[in-house]
Ligand binder design. Structure first.
Ligand code: COA
Length: 170
């Protein structure tokens, strides 16, 4: 096991979390799309109308210094059929710390929280072809949800602005 501990993220972790997010976005091939920065992270994770929570894995160094080596970002969600559930947005562990139980420890914190709140399930998305991620989830016992009957819709900023202007002027 690596020398690390998992705890809830604090506002002063945001610089480090953004660094890890950049690593995750690079891994996913999305770095050019990453808009989140320290300012938006502080607003959306620690501000008055926060929308996400986060666990971080912190390396414990003999010098007493510490640095973050992984994070799991989640948000609460709700479905009328079964009630509250926990949605995981990001899970990332720095390359040098992989296969040392860090991802499992982060996930365990989220599972314990979900269970303590009576969540019926946890949910997340994984990119097809992300073998390490998929193997990790299979190791946990997760099952792929068949979404053949459902479509995911997205309305981007330009489309929202246009749709709003049409509806207001109608
Ligand atoms: C997926 C990820 C978070 C796993 O973190 P980790 O700290 O390496 O995971 P753990 O050490 O807790 O692994 C637990 C088990 O998962 C499985 N597993 C994890 N990574 C694996 C890999 N690359 N290949 C095969 N099995 C793997 C193994 O069964 C492992 O147990 P073992 O090491 O005793 O065999 C990490 O590889 C990562 O950050 N990947 C890049 C980002 C990513 O893909 N995130 C998920 C997006 S959907």
């Amino acid at each position: 096991m690596a020398d690390f501990s998992v705890r809830e993220a604090r506002e002063d972790d945001c610089d480090e979390i953004v660094r890890l997010m950049q690593g995750f976005a690079t891994h996913e091939g999305n770095l050019h799309l990453l808009k989140t920065n320290v300012k938006t992270l502080k607003r959306d994770g620690f501000g008055e109308k926060k929308v996400f929570d986060c666990f971080v894995a912190e390396e414990t160094q003999s010098t007493g210094r510490s640095r973050l080596v992984g994070y799991l970002m989640y948000m609460w969600s709700f479905t009328t059929l079964t009630g509250r559930f926990l949605y995981v947005e990001d899970l990332f562990v720095e390359r040098d710390f992989r296969r040392k139980g860090v991802g499992s420890a982060l996930w365990a914190s989220a599972m314990k929280l979900a269970l303590s709140w009576g969540c019926g399930y946890m949910q997340w998305m994984a990119k097809r072809g992300n073998t390490s991620g998929i193997n990790f989830y299979k190791h946990l016992g997760a099952v792929e949800t068949n979404t053949d009957n459902f479509m995911t819709f997205t309305l981007d900023e330009d489309a929202m602005t246009l749709a709003c202007s049409k509806i207001v002027s109608e």
